[in-house]
Write a new protein. Structure first.
Length: 111
């Protein structure tokens, strides 16, 4: 259960970061409104706050988060950008998620 809760929190964190970076991209590259920067800044603030909710040391949290970020970014690529994912994308995401699981298991086993 702990691993699922941690992964869920990481997914929310990844979405907050991706949205916080995607909105300025829309403004700069797709002629979006400058007002997109307001929700982008809010989303990045939420991203930072969400990272503080984990019980591990920050370096471990960032390392484990990286695996979930990779997988979430690829899902974003498929759903939002409409790009097809290759077997290499799926394999890489799987490897990254296994790495995240190992790191999280390690910090939860210390307790």
């Amino acid at each position: 259960m702990f691993l699922m809760q941690t992964a869920g929190l990481f997914i929310l964190t990844a979405l907050a970061e991706i949205i916080g970076c995607f909105l300025p991209y829309l403004w700069l590259r797709k002629d979006g409104s400058i007002w997109l920067l307001v929700p982008a800044a809010l989303s990045l603030a939420i991203f930072s706050w969400l990272l503080t909710l984990h019980p591990a040391a920050s370096g471990r949290v960032y390392a484990a988060y990286g695996g979930v970020y990779v997988a979430t970014a690829l899902v974003w690529l498929k759903v939002v950008d409409g790009e097809d994912l290759s077997i290499f994308d799926w394999t890489g995401a799987g490897i990254a998620l296994v790495g995240m699981g190992v790191i999280v298991f390690g910090w939860s086993a210390k307790d």
